[in-house]
Design a protein around this ligand. Sequence first.
Ligand code: SF4
Length: 473
Amino acid sequence: MSKFGSPVAAATDGAAEASGPAPRMFIKSFGCQMNVYDSQRMADVAIGEGYRETERIEDADLVILNTCHIRERASEKVFSELGKIRELKEARATAGLSTTLVVAGCVAQAEGAEIRRRQPAVDIVVGPQSYHRLPSLLRAERGVETEFPPESKFDHLPPSTPAAVRARGVSAFVTVQEGCDKFCSFCVVPYTRGAEASRPAADILAEIGALARAGAREFTLIGQNVNAYHGRSESGGVARLADLLAAAARVPGVLRLRYSTSHPLDMSEDLIRAHAENEKLAPHLHLPVQSGSDRILAVMNRRHGVRGYLEIVARVREARPDIAFSSDFIVGFPGETDADFEATLALAREVEFASAYAFKYSPRPGTPAADAAAQVDIATKERRLATLQQLLEAQRQAFNSATVGRRFAVIFDKPGRRPGQLIGRTPYMQSVHADVDASRMGELTEIEITGVKPNSLAGRVVTQPARRSREVA
Ligand code: SF4
């Protein structure tokens, strides 16, 4: 692996190899699942332009940095990365090789032309809504595209080639919705990704069908606020996320469905019911809460309270008793007192999360919370973060330990360290290692959990078919 990290998997179909050396691309992706998906779609665009993937940035004629603005000091980190790539570009130029350097993603959207002014080695700056314009930018070898274009990029992006899908494995992300109208006071997404927009259901189902025909089996429907999805239905009406999940479950080849990331306000009754009715929907829900204090939730502009969140958890559990929850927390939000933080701990204890991410609040320029006067000092933030993480880690371990002896349908998607071993995921997103015949890759395989390791589970194949139960999702 290159010192710059691993690229997005994006094999070509071999045609370019057969017809002579093709230019090579290296895409490095930061941040969320949306960026992973976007990187794959940019790879599809580059494949269409004749590129093939390389795992070594040093060999790349095209380098795309797909950036994330959620990271702390995101812009500085991007410029530091760009400085290293500039040296590489200069070394390649000395050897008579040209390199096109592209900055994409949310930092590109936020900084625009300023990126090329500060780092002249950058040739192209392209925002998340303009990836379909990459072919013309690549042909021109320079340019800045950070407007929100009137047309949808999804109508113009080329489909993934079957070889690219195979290289990415059996788990696929499909963006169904982008942007956010919620304007939480700490978040840059509404500014970098724009207003909520949903893709038509028919387009999404066609994409899922094509991915399934190429071998994808597990699908995560993604969006910044995915459960606000409201796309055009196949009959011309409005499809909600529950409708889309029901239709996706009927696509041949689809074995398991997930969706992420959700806002509590958009956990509608039909979506909760989908957890009871949709057999392919995994019993796992990532539902960020951010804080357990109503006062802090109000200044975060989350537009839900603690009681409302707990009611949703209870209703989903009623619909699907074996559901597991994960969440996101921010500690040390401006104005957070010890009592507010205690309320967050109390909420976490009440829900008992299977896993969760906790972060220290750090200001994002341009967001309302960044200018709040009552910033919490760093020592307090660190102390609270350590306390919350300790609790969440204990809950994660307890959840994992409780799976020992249980049986799950696992989808294996990559080889393990030892010959004969494969790695897959339970319906709860836990990584499982087991001795499984390689022919089971991409199938639902019944596994009994035999042990727990710090970050994964060990399992064995159940030879005697287990009684069909709701446990085997
Ligand atoms: S709902 Fe999520 S994406 Fe939207 S503003 Fe809030 S944190 Fe950001």
